[in-house]
Design a protein around this ligand. Structure first.
Ligand code: DAH
Length: 336
């Protein structure tokens, strides 16, 4: 009986006290245990069990209250907030003010310029195989030039393409019928490429390239220079001085680097009057045509490939390549 009453009192106290664990400490259950030996032997067991049960019940209630107190201290989280809304003032663009990413917009402009010249534009792949990335482009296995295109491989042997040239063989194969019908192949591929690079203001592991490929019975280097000059002058909306210098890429012969003289009016890298290398280009190597099933004694072509960011940086006076992939609103807002 005595225990029943005590139980009621203690449970109530635990429920209402500010420090429930103190209730248990103060309850002096020890005194109750001390009574056990005084009881008739047939009652001892029952009495002992009752004290144990009381102790356990109190303990359970205390833990419950302690847990409730702990979770009440955690501040409520707004799971719909885009970031820690409590500690910083959110800097969000109003939904109606969204913008196309500057690279997407410029890629559209670049595509349009080439499309108006008669090139079919396709998107480049973001995962490819060794054949398209290297072998079809006249890089034999173990060729040292492969090292210039160090990139990322998946465990099952696929490659994150290091250049948009990875599309050349596909464009040639898909369009070679046009040659047999007396026409020409004119394709551009634009897309993301990946390099195993140390990152700085002018190097990224992920960037974009534009790539052109043209094949006909009588394509010439002069035509190529005309196409490229025309493209750059349209993109920068002004006359430009251009020059080339010899370079080496396994998939062209001769291979060239194409540079423009930086117009004083443009910002970005370099001073006015400086020569800026914009892309690699050349006459398509006979082995590349052969690999696509095109007879190099009947047809010839030219190709080029170069970075998109470099073009855009010059146009908008952007000093750091890393801005593009940073997702920084302060940067993106300039292109509204
Ligand atoms: N793929 C080369 C690179 O990423 C650029 C290039 C050079 C592309 C010459 C071409 C070419 O089509 O003909 O560095």
């Amino acid at each position: 009986m005595q225990i029943e009453k005590l139980r009621e009192v203690l449970l109530k106290r635990v429920e209402t006290s500010d420090s429930p664990r103190e209730v248990l400490r103060a309850a002096e259950l020890r005194d109750l245990y001390a009574e056990i030996p005084k009881l008739p032997s047939d009652q001892r067991k029952d009495f002992g069990q009752q004290i144990n049960k009381l102790k356990n019940d109190l303990e359970e209630k205390i833990v419950k209250r302690e847990n409730a107190a702990a979770s009440a201290k955690v501040e409520p989280i707004d799971i719909t907030a885009p970031f820690d809304i409590n500690s910083s003032k959110p800097e969000l663009l109003p939904a109606t003010d969204g913008t196309v990413h500057p690279l997407s917009r410029e890629i559209q402009i670049i595509s349009d310029i080439f499309a108006r010249m008669g090139f079919d534009v396709v998107e480049s792949r973001q995962l490819d195989d060794d054949y398209h990335m290297f072998t079809s482009l006249n890089f034999p296995p173990n060729h040292p030039a492969r090292d210039n295109f160090d990139t990322f491989w998946t465990e099952d042997g696929f490659v994150a393409p290091a250049h948009t040239s990875t599309m050349q063989n596909r464009i040639l194969k898909a369009n070679k019928k046009k040659l047999e019908e007396g026409g020409q192949i004119a394709g551009v591929s634009i897309g993301r490429v990946f390099r195993n690079e140390d990152i700085d203001a002018t190097h990224e592991h992920t960037f974009y390239q534009h790539e052109g490929i043209f094949v006909s019975r009588d394509a010439t280097l002069g035509q190529m220079l005309g196409v490229l000059r025309s493209f750059f002058e349209t993109y920068y909306a002004q006359k430009l001085r251009v020059r080339t210098q010899p370079s080496y890429f396994p998939f062209v012969e001769p291979g060239l680097e194409f540079a423009i003289e930086k117009p004083a009016a443009l910002g970005g890298a370099g001073k006015g009057g400086e020569w800026l290398e914009m892309l690699g280009c050349g006459m398509i190597h006979p082995n590349v045509l052969k690999e696509a099933g095109i007879d190099p004694t009947k047809y010839r072509g030219f190709a080029w490939g170069g970075g998109v960011e470099r073009l855009v940086m010059l146009k908008y006076n952007i000093e750091d390549l890393r801005h593009f992939e940073s997702g920084k609103l302060a940067f993106l807002r300039k292109f509204r």
